[in-house]
Design a protein around this ligand. Structure first.
Ligand code: PMT
Length: 398
């Protein structure tokens, strides 16, 4: 089947170069649908794109539909990749802020395929910290960017902001398309529930008990599962991480909040991976007022939090249940006990006392322990790589 690309053309002087991009992609046997913003139509006539793409060009969200599909959804579903070239500061800003007020921004919002921006604008606009922050944010959410070239710009300034040549853009999009098509989609249709980050147990309106979890491990699992086609819900304690693309994040604070959400979404789940570091105890009483200091020592009575994973283990039906064990000593013995007590399919033991493993860092060193007693020791690797090793193991259990 022919691959389809949606080319979004926005209002910049480089809009005419998108004609060569469309023509070049057609020569590579790519079916192209062009969406032009209203401002783009001021620079190039839609008819030119229509002739080159051999497809109807969409310019107006509310024009008479050419088929009885909901057009922005059908274009978003059909596309193997969306390229926005040239991408103005305006479209980048809109997407970064979740604004969908015309056909292009709506299609981008509804799409699950890779989205590539090729920015082209005045160099001072491009280097403006607001534009740069928007680009940085979108990159962190999985959007792709083709760096603009430097040189003489239409406005007379010299600097970075020129649209790269059509050949460069075509090659970059085809390379990305090939890479993403090679990406396994082996979790298509599977519902994956991931927990990540720490829990926060309040002592009073000002103070709390927590731990060092950054959420990186759980977020990496959620991100990779989504890339592999899963429907992903991420129950997350407070972290500084952006929500991965195509993941539904459910923010919680305490272990009790996490328990409520985990139970609510358990029957929906085919797979549950609990990477969160849940506090085992919480203050027996949360003081309504700030606790005043006095000359005496202060004792805070702690009470047990529910063991969420153990509870899920008891309710388990078809779900594949995976836990983590964060240990500082007797790694295997402690992890094996948790595996059995919580009725897990397998557990990932990580030695949090080892440098480069466990909390905060980008790498982890894990040992997988299975119900039948098999033990698999893995070398140190990035949390993203480990996430994929975990998902490979889960897949073997389907
Ligand atoms: O977030 P990062 O900075 O990337 O760090 C990653 C990590 C070290 C937090 C992660 O890899 C990890 O080991 N997570 C589990 C930490 C932990 O709480 O381990 P545990 O041994 O206390 O708990 C065992 C399992 O039971 C875990 O899956 C935990 O989510 C779950 N649990 C624990 C206590 C509790 N009350 N309810 C639970 O569900």
């Amino acid at each position: 089947m022919k691959k389809n690309m949606v080319i979004g053309v926005t209002g910049g002087i480089a809009a005419y170069k998108a004609l060569d991009i469309v023509s070049g992609l057609r020569k590579k046997e790519i079916d192209v649908n062009v969406i032009m913003t209203q401002h783009a139509c001021e620079f190039v006539n839609p008819l030119s794109f229509q002739s080159l793409s051999n497809n109807y060009v969409t310019t107006d969200m509310f024009a008479e539909p050419k088929s009885w599909d909901v057009e922005h959804i059908s274009l978003a579903k059909k596309a193997s990749l969306i390229l926005v070239a040239p991408a103005t500061a305006n479209i980048i800003g809109k997407v970064a802020h979740g604004i969908a007020d015309d056909m292009l921004s709506t299609v981008i919002m509804a799409a699950r395929c890779p989205i590539v921006f090729a920015p082209a604008m005045n160099t001072y606009m491009y280097t403006n910290s607001i534009v740069q922050e928007n680009i940085h944010y979108l990159k962190s959410k999985g959007y792709h960017f083709i760096e603009p070239d430097s040189g003489w710009l239409a406005c007379g300034d010299i600097g970075k902001g020129k649209l790269p040549t059509p050949e460069t853009i075509i090659q970059a999009t085809l390379d990305l398309l090939e890479k993403t098509q090679a990406q396994k989609q082996d979790f298509q249709g599977k519902n994956v529930l991931v927990t990540a980050g720490p829990t926060v147990e309040e002592i009073d309106p000002m103070r709390y008990i927590t731990n060092h979890s950054s959420g990186k491990m759980g977020y990496a699992i959620a991100q990779e599962a989504a890339k592999r086609g899963a429907n992903v819900k991420l129950i997350s304690g407070p972290t500084h991480l952006p929500c991965p693309a195509h993941v539904e994040r459910i923010d919680i604070k305490s272990a009790l909040d996490m328990e409520e959400e985990a139970k609510k979404h358990f029957s929906w789940s085919d797979v549950v991976i609990k990477a969160a570091a849940v506090a085992d105890y919480r203050p027996a009483q949360r003081s309504q007022q700030k606790i005043k200091k006095s000359e005496d020592n202060l004792t805070i009575q702690l009470t047990r939090n529910p063991d969420i994973l153990q509870e899920l283990g008891k309710q388990k039906e078809h779900q594949i249940l995976v836990g983590f064990a964060a240990e500082t000593e007797e790694l295997l013995k402690n992890a094996k006990e948790k595996l059995q007590k919580k009725n897990l399919d397998f557990i990932i033991a990580n030695n949090i006392a080892k440098e480069g493993s466990g909390f905060q860092v980008d790498t982890n060193m894990a040992t997988f322990i299975y119900k039948d007693g098999t033990i698999n020791k893995h070398p140190m690797m990035s949390k993203t790589e480990l996430a994929n090793v975990i998902l490979d193991e889960v897949k073997n259990k389907f």
